[in-house]
Design a protein around this ligand. Structure first.
Ligand SMILES: Cc1ncc(COP(=O)(O)O)c(C=O)c1O
Length: 405
């Protein structure tokens, strides 16, 4: 869908629904455009990397061996057995163990962000966000009447001192600051990973200011060298709700995720879930549980890391060869994205011309809460075959040259 129909129903839509297609819908439309397009747009995993036979067997086993569970509604916190498995995984990989009432299973990352918003945000409450940050999260906060205030990011990610500045700005504008949203690992869109030192500062400042840290770890398992830096949750479990998703590392087709944090907030999220889907379906949860318990999840990570790092390398090489003297970009150590700066270019205008030239990406504007004009664009390398990278960058270069002329 590209246009909102303005028939007699339009005026009767809720005010929140009258904004027309969001920037997010435009991204999703591009990502499914197909054809000869060299697509650097959506942050989609590559389904050709899945072991479909193994997934099929795992799904069949889940249905055959536990039909009463797998084909039923799950409790609204999620299946107890999967919650135990996830708590153990978090203990093993992060060194902090959520108690039984401190973890809820969600339908991926966006559901987790939705439940936190429902649990925490009153009308006009401020959410402090990175600049740039994940536009899907802005959309969730805003649809729960939150107001986003930008902090500052530099070439190493979030600048901790800017938390206080954004906090003051929000308070002065009459918006009580409540939540601090951070993506510390291979951030969407910058691809950057926050240092341990900055993580410690973020937690200390949040604690002092009484902010809830909302840590989004969507790409945490995708460090190409397999390394981890302490999570904000491990550094400050008293002030952090961590939201995670298996969409990038398992399958978005099952759309599984989790949130862990202080029991009071998690309990409010479970209550909020009764107003969304009440109880998620158990099938995806059952499949994911077997996949983790049987060791397949851990075994799949090195495969994904190798494949995505080859794509990162392919894109870095293509950019260096094609745009070395015209743009600069981040060199991500994991995840799906690189963030380009093309001085003197209007990113939105470039996106339109680039599609005419046969390549797609997301312009930087919607990754800023204030939608500022920018010369930044986000390229996702997760689904683009390495042998198409040079062609994609050549098309991007042509589009830039058309605007330079
Ligand atoms: C940082 C971040 N958080 C959350 C999500 C959404 O996760 P899910 O697709 O599981 O809802 C994404 C997806 O692009 C993301 O990049």
């Amino acid at each position: 869908m590209t246009e909102t129909p303005h028939d007699e129903w339009f005026a009767r839509l809720a005010a929140r629904a009258q904004g027309g297609p969001s920037e997010l819908s435009a991204v999703l439309a591009l990502a499914s455009a197909g054809g000869d397009l060299v697509d650097f747009s959506g942050g989609f995993p590559d389904p050709t990397l899945y072991d479909t036979q193994l997934l099929g067997e795992t799904a069949a086993k889940a249905i055959e061996s536990k039909p009463q569970v797998a084909l039923q509604y799950a409790p609204n916190y999620g299946l107890a057995s999967l919650r135990d498995v996830l708590r153990e995984e978090i203990a093993r990989t992060q060194g902090a163990t959520p108690a039984e009432d401190e973890l809820i299973v969600t339908s991926g990352g966006v559901d987790a962000l939705t439940l936190v918003s429902k649990a925490m945000l009153d009308h006009g409450d401020a959410v402090l966000v990175e600049a740039p940050s994940y536009l899907g999260a802005f959309s969730v906060f805003r649809s729960h009447d939150g107001v986003c205030f930008s902090m500052r990011n530099d070439e190493e990610g979030l600048v901790p001192a800017s938390i206080e500045e954004a906090h003051e700005q929000a308070a002065a504008a009459g918006h009580p600051p409540k939540v601090l949203y951070v993506i510390p690992d291979f951030q969407n869109p910058s691809g950057l990973r926050l240092s341990l030192e900055r993580r410690r500062e973020v937690v200390a400042i949040a604690r002092r200011l009484g902010l809830l840290v909302l840590e989004d770890v969507a790409y945490r398992d995708l460090a190409f060298d397999g390394s981890y830096i302490d999570s904000l949750y491990a550094l400050g479990p008293d002030v952090t709700v961590q939201v995670g998703t298996f969409s990038k590392t398992f399958t978005p087709g099952t759309r599984m995720g989790w949130a862990c944090g202080p029991a009071t907030v998690v309990d409010a999220m479970a209550q909020a879930k009764t107003n969304t889907d009440q109880c998620a379906g158990a099938l995806g949860q059952t499949i994911l549980e077997s996949y983790i318990v049987e060791g397949h999840y851990a075994a799949s990570l090195p495969v994904l890391r190798t494949a995505y790092s080859a794509r990162r390398d392919g894109l870095m090489d293509a950019l260096a060869a094609g745009l070395g003297d015209r743009a600069s970009w981040t060199h991500p150590g994991g995840g799906f994205f690189t963030w380009l700066d093309i001085p003197g270019i209007d990113a939105k205008q470039l996106a339109g011309v680039a599609v005419e030239e046969g390549t797609a990406f997301v312009p930087g504007n919607p990754f800023f809460a204030d939608s500022r004009a920018t010369s930044n664009i986000r390229l996702s390398f997760s689904r683009t075959p390495v042998d198409r990278m040079a062609e994609g960058v050549a098309r991007l270069k042509k589009a830039i040259e058309r605007l330079d002329d």
